[in-house]
Design a binder for this molecule. Sequence first.
Ligand code: SF4
Ligand code: SF4
Length: 352
Amino acid sequence: MGAVETEGLIGPRAVTSLASRASPLAAAAEQLALLQRLPVAEFKTGMKPAAIDIFQINVGKLCNMTCRHCHVDAGPDRTDEMMSRETVDLCLAALDATEAKVVDITGGAPELSPNFRYLVDQCVARGKHVIDRCNLTVLLTGPCRDLPQWLAERGVEIVCSLPHYRKRNTDLQRGDGTFERSVEALKRLNAAGYGRGDPRLRLILMHNPVGAFLAGDQKSMEKEWKEGLAANHGVTFDALIALNNMPISRFLEWLQASGNLQAYMELLVNAYNPATLPGLMCRNTLSIGWDGRIYDCDFNQMLELDARHGDGRAAHIRDFDPAQLRDRTIVTGRHCFGCTAGAGSSCGGAIA
Ligand code: SF4
Ligand code: SF4
C-alpha cells in the first residue's frame, strides 16, 4: 500500500468502526451467523448474471467519516485496506477484456485513495463513463479541495450520499456538523457546474432511511428534496436515488443493539418483491475489492462471499476470466432481502 494522507481526515463521527473496537461483528462470518439465527424465511432465489455492464471498484475502506449505518465498516482507522497501483492496473486490464461501459468507483471515501486520480484518468482515457461515489464532506478535506473542478473537467458523474435534506436527520446518522459540511460541498459542486442540468455533469443524491424502515418513494422524495435544498440552501442537483439500509456491518450492529433486528428482517422479508429481480445490481455488475477479490456486489464483498467460477474457485482479478464468471451462480443470503424489499434497492436506486 502506498502512503496515505490521513492528516485532517477525522471528520464528525457518529460511532467508531467495528474493526477499531475489535467487535465480533467486524468478522463477516459473525454477521452471517447472526442473520442465520433469526427465525425468518431463507432467500431462496437462484440467480445467474447477465453481461457485465458495470465494473464497481472498491478502492478501500478509508473514510473521513464513520457513519452509523455504514455497510463497509469504513472509517479513518481503515488505512490498511487500500487498493495498490498493481491491483488498479489489473482492474484496468480486466476492464479491457469486457464490454463494460461504466466504472463505478466506491470505498470508503474513494477520493482518499492515492490511486483515485490515476484510476479516473485511465478509465476516462478508455472512453468509460465514470461514477464517483462521494460522501460530500471529503471534498472539504485538504487533499480533495480541488476535486469538484478536477472531476468536472473529466465529466465524472458524482453520486453523493446524503441521508436527508434536513439537518437533524443527516447529523443523527453521520455525526454532528455533517449536514452543514455537506451543503458546503454541494455548493462547491454547483459552482463547478454540477447539478445544473448539464448531462455531462450529473450530480445525483443518494438517500437511505435514518432508521429501521424502508426507503420512501423516490420520485416524490426527489421533488421534496429539490424544493427543500433550493429554498433553504440555494443548492441544486439532478436526481435523487433512494436505497434501503442493508442488514450488515454497522447497521446490523445498530439493529441488534436497538432491538430492531428481528422486526427489520421481517419487514424486508414481508416486502419481498420479485419484480425487483431483473434489475438487481448483481445481475450486470462485477464488484472488485481493494485486494482484487471479485464479488457479485458490494454487499457480498463486505460479507466476504466471493464470486465463484463454475469449478468452485474464488474469482480474483489477477486471473480474470469473463467466460467463467458469466457461468457463475450469484451468491445470495438473507441480506439479499434488503435489495428486493418494496421498490427494491440497487446502486442506481429503486428498481421496480
Ligand atoms: S457510509 Fe460512506 S461516508 Fe459513511 S463511513 Fe461508510 S463509506 Fe464513509
Ligand atoms: S445483496 Fe443484493 S445485489 Fe448483492 S447478491 Fe444479494 S440481491 Fe444481489
